[in-house]
Structure formats: structure tokens, C-alpha cells
Design a protein around this ligand. Structure first.
Ligand code: G4P
Length: 518
């Protein structure tokens, strides 16, 4: 295979904290030769995190707030692994990251099964029919019976599960992994034994009599109880192949990578208006799914992460930001190779490039060679927490406004300007973002601030078919009206009851909880 489109696998790992995402990431990168020492992902992470205060929060809480992109190559394929922040407070950011992948790996702890965050992230994948390969991690520890794990996945996620391998005992009794397709046994010491089947007498020398008998029984039951693997069903998102293994012991990981290489879909056509964009198209088109400010606090730089959806991108290209019509010359795009950031010369569909810019590019932006198309499905979500910001040093008003604008551009917080009054209101999806915001104001802008409650609890974008209706509503509710950063009108309600009440009384006005950049 030499076609750059079919050679790309752009994916994310979804999991509940502690299931083993970091460990697995490390092993995947190792397998691609991208890093040379186990432990480097964490060490690098720690170095990066030490750079600014807000990142201390993520260290303290042991969560990953920033999404990053890691590219590695293996056997002629290019893998782009997009890291998803693992904390529920960041579901908005995570959601957007998942708009930029073609498939996902779901990591489950063998002892814990499906946990809250796994489930939420899975739901996001399902919304977009993102195909999922499941990795049941930590078979070297005591865990649940494999049938219980498989049935839980099938029942709680309403997915067909297909075990691709089978653990020969768990924890202290673990003696290896049986691979159904290869008819092979991998032992905990890493040795691989190809066999003629489960009746091969050679197995008697490799497993204890007790475990061998159990393996024969269990695999027989599994063959009856679960469907055959069907790549089309997997790609449609209705079936998940399941691999058991141990990330820590780098065991079962090879089979997982092979599965990504052979079944996971290459870049798919992306939904857009007025038409979808196919990866084979010659002209470059892509969308910004994330903006990260101040990756280097000395430079106040801002990196927009763009997924290339079609065409061959070349350094120095001029692309049009469809939303504003501006032409942007992309002279120093960044590739996120796992070792370090590298300057990229070319990028293909499925690749992510980082575009340094000074606040021009925003989450949801479409970039093309000129055609007026916009990618869809990268929404802003109505904030669940609204706060006023109080400056502790009143001479810093200007710095505060710059900082709030910058943070809003990253798409992590939202900013609303009330029609009456001058105090801006910050909206976030989760509490942790507020803490991050305060730390970053201090660390990056030297602005000391705190939050005070806003008299509102919820916000909705409003629209109406008849502009006069909208205007009249806004006039009538002036005290509860604000604008978002794009100038779109937002209704602020004191609570859900007030929102419902208002919505029921004004059926001609639409109240929406998500908004796409247009
Ligand atoms: P996360 O990114 O999903 O939060 O999980 P992470 O990889 O950090 O793994 C969470 C803990 O589980 C770590 O232990 C890690 O070593 C352990 N772990 C990961 N994979 C396996 C496995 O296959 N088997 C076993 N037995 N443990 C595994 P920790 O003690 O919290 O951290 P550390 O001090 O070992 O780094």
C-alpha cells in the first residue's frame, strides 16, 4: 500500500481514568519506534506540565486536560493518535476531539468493566458512528470472568461483542492469551506458540491441565455465544472486536495494533454543507477542532489543530478561512510526531497539523483552497455554569479582557457580553474549567481575579424565522440578553424552570443548547 489516504489511521483512545490509557499509549508509540524508553510519555508529560501553573492542576488531580496529537509510523502505515482529555468536566473539548478521528480504541479495566467516563465517551462515538476496538486491560491482575465483561459491554452499550482472543485464567492463574484467528498462544513471558488448534497435544506442555480444560470449555462456549467478526459491522459501529491483554506487560498490544492496521477505517468522507467532502478530492479542505493557547508562555502563541479532510497540504499554502473569507498563509505548520514537534512539509487526509496563529483561527473553522463549504458537527455547547469575573486589581481591566477573549478563542470557556451592564459573564461546561481559568489568568496574564455568582444559571442561543419576533423578544428581555463572541444573541435564564417557562410562552423563538460556527 502506498496510497497516503488508505495508509492513514486517525484514532483516539477512550477510557475511564486509571484504566491504562497512558500505559497503552506509551506501548503503541514504542511499537512504532516513536519513543525508545518506556515511561517517556509520562516523563515528557510531566516536563510539559511543569511549564505553567494551570497545568499543575492537572498534575495534582492526575488528569489530562490538554489534548495532544501523536503521530507514529509502523509497517508503512501512519497512525495519528489523538489524546482525549479524560475528565468529565472537559466533555466539550473531548467531544470535539472525537469529531476529528475515524475510529477509537476503548480501554476497559478487566476488574472494573464499563465505568462512567467510558460510557460517556462511548456515547459520543456512537453519535458519529465511530467504530470501536475494545481492549480489556490488566489481565495480569485478578479480574472479572471474561464472559461477565463481554456481556456487560454488550448489554450496557448495546453492541455486538466479538472476542478476538481469550485470556487463559486471570491474575495469579493467568497462563496466556489464546488467539482465535491465528490459533496461537502467547504466554506471559511473551513467547508465541502457533498450534494446530485447541486439540494440539503441544498445548499440554504449555498450559496446566486445569487451565487447558477451562480454556477448551470457555472458547467453545464463546464460539456459540458470540457472533463472527465482520469488518463491515465493525466499521458501521454495531460490532466491537474485543482484545484481552495487559498494556503494562506489553502483552496483547501487538494484536491490537494489527487490528487497527487491518480493520480500522482510513479517513472517511466528512459531513459538510452544501456537500460532504471525500478524502480523495484534490483540493485541500480541513477543519479546526481545537485551539490551544500559550503552549509556550514566552511567545503567547496559539495553535489551531486542523484535521485535513481532503487534498495534499503543502507548507506555505494559502487557505481561505471560509467563515470570514480571509486568506491565511500557512508557513510554519506543525506535525505532532511523538518525539517532538516537527515542521511539516506535506500532510494528507487524516493528518492533523498545528497552525500557529494569533487568535485568527477558531474552533469550528473550515479552511479550503477557496470553495465555500463548511464542515458540520463541531458544536459549541451551552454552558452549565455561569460566573462573573471580579478583578482583585481594578487597574487590570484591559488585561482581563484580553485574557478572557483568548480563553474563549480556545473554545474551552465561553464569553457573554450582557446587553445591559459592562461585566462580562464567563460560561463553562464544568467546575474544573473555572479553576483552570483562574490559574491561567494568574500564570499567563498576571491578572488576579475571582469568580462571583452570576444571577443566571443557564444559557441558550436564540433564533426565530421572523427577525421582528426575535427583536421584540430581545427588547422585552433586555436584562437577560447577552451576545456571544460571534455576536449571536443568547438568553440567560435564572434556572431551568424560568427557561422552560419562557420557551413555552414564546413558541416562535427557538432556544438551542448547541451552536455551530457558521
Ligand atoms: P490512565 O492513563 O488510563 O489513567 O491509566 P494509566 O496508564 O496511568 O494506568 C493506571 C494504573 O494502572 C497505573 O498504575 C498503571 O501502571 C496500571 N496499569 C496499566 N496497565 C496495566 C496492566 O496491564 N496491568 C497492571 N497490573 N497494571 C496496569 P499506577 O500505580 O497508578 O501508576 P504507576 O505508578 O505504575 O505509573
Amino acid at each position: 500500500m502506498t496510497d497516503p489516504v488508505s495508509d492513514r489511521r486517525t484514532f483516539a483512545i477512550i477510557s475511564h481514568p486509571d484504566a491504562g490509557k497512558t500505559t497503552l499509549t506509551e506501548k503503541l508509540l514504542l511499537s512504532g519506534g516513536a519513543i525508545h524508553l518506556a515511561g517517556e510519555v509520562k516523563a515528557r508529560g510531566a516536563n510539559r506540565r511543569a511549564r505553567s501553573d494551570w497545568m499543575k492542576i492537572e498534575q495534582q488531580r492526575g488528569i489530562s486536560v490538554t489534548s495532544s496529537v501523536m503521530t507514529f509510523e509502523r509497517k508503512g502505515l501512519t497512525f495519528n493518535l489523538l489524546d482525549t482529555p479524560g475528565h468529565e468536566d472537559f466533555s466539550e473539548d473531548t467531544y470535539r476531539t472525537l469529531t476529528a478521528v475515524d475510529s477509537a480504541v476503548m480501554v476497559i479495566d478487566a476488574a472494573r468493566g464499563i465505568e462512567a467516563q467510558t460510557r460517556k465517551l462511548f456515547e459520543v462515538c456512537r453519535l458519529r458512528d465511530v467504530p470501536i476496538i475494545t481492549f480489556v486491560n490488566k489481565v495480569d491482575r485478578e479480574g472479572r470472568d471474561p464472559f461477565a465483561t463481554l456481556d456487560e459491554i454488550a448489554d450496557t452499550l448495546a453492541l455486538d461483542v466479538v472476542p478476538m482472543n481469550w485470556p487463559v485464567g486471570l491474575g495469579g492463574q493467568h497462563e496466556g492469551l489464546w488467539d482465535f484467528r491465528e490459533q496461537s498462544l502467547t504466554r506471559p513471558d511473551g513467547s508465541l506458540h502457533r498450534l494446530a488448534g485447541l486439540d494440539d497435544p503441544a498445548l499440554e506442555g504449555l498450559l496446566s491441565a486445569e487451565r487447558l480444560e477451562a480454556l477448551r470449555e470457555e472458547t467453545e462456549l464463546a464460539a456459540i455465544g458470540y457472533p463472527e467478526f465482520d469488518v463491515a459491522e465493525y466499521r458501521a459501529g454495531s460490532q466491537t472486536p474485543v482484545f484481552f491483554g495487559s498494556a503494562l506487560r506489553e502483552y496483547g498490544v501487538e494484536a491490537l495494533i494489527e487490528a487497527l492496521a487491518s480493520f480500522a477505517p482510513p479517513p472517511r468522507p466528512q459531513p459538510a454543507t452544501p456537500r460532504a467532502v471525500a478524502p480523495e478530492e484534490p483540493n485541500v479542505a480541513g477543519f479546526v477542532f481545537k485551539v490551544q493557547a500559550n503552549m509556550n508562555p514566552q511567545h503567547r502563541d496559539r495553535i489551531a489543530f486542523m484535521r485535513i479532510c481532503s487534498g495534499t497540504f503543502r507548507r506555505g499554502m494559502k487557505l481561505k478561512q471560509v467563515q470570514t473569507g480571509k486568506a491565511i498563509a500557512i508557513n510554519s505548520p506543525i506535525f505532532f510526531f511523538a518525539q517532538d514537534r516537527e515542521i511539516a512539509d506535506t500532510a494528507f487526509p487524516g493528518d492533523i497539523i498545528g497552525i500557529p496563529n494569533h487568535g485568527v483561527l477558531r474552533v469550528g473553522d473550515t479552511l479550503t483552497e477557496g470553495e465555500a463549504i463548511t464542515f458540520t458537527g463541531i458544536p459549541n455547547f451551552a454552558p452549565e455554569i455561569l460566573r462573573r469575573v471580579r478583578l482583585l486589581d481594578p487597574t487590570k481591566t484591559k488585561q482581563l479582557r484580553t485574557a478572557l477573549n483568548d480563553m474563549a478563542e480556545e473554545g474551552v470557556t465561553q464569553l457573554f457580553k450582557p446587553m445591559i451592564g459592562s461585566q462580562w459573564i464567563v460560561g463553562v461546561v464544568g467546575q474544573l474549567q473555572l479553576e483552570v481559568l483562574i490559574s491561567r489568568l494568574q500564570a499567563e496574564y498576571n491578572v488576579a481575579a475571582e469568580f462571583e455568582p452570576a444571577p443566571y444559571e443557564t444559557a441558550r442561543w436564540i433564533s426565530a424565522d421572523d427577525p421582528a419576533t426575535l427583536k421584540a423578544f430581545m427588547e422585552g428581555k433586555k436584562a437577560a440578553m447577552a451576545e456571544d463572541r460571534d455576536g449571536s444573541p443568547v438568553y440567560l435564564a435564572r434556572d431551568a424552570w424560568e427557561l422552560n417557562y419562557t420557551a413555552e410562552r414564546t413558541p416562535a423563538v427557538r432556544f438551542t443548547a448547541t451552536r455551530e460556527r457558521s
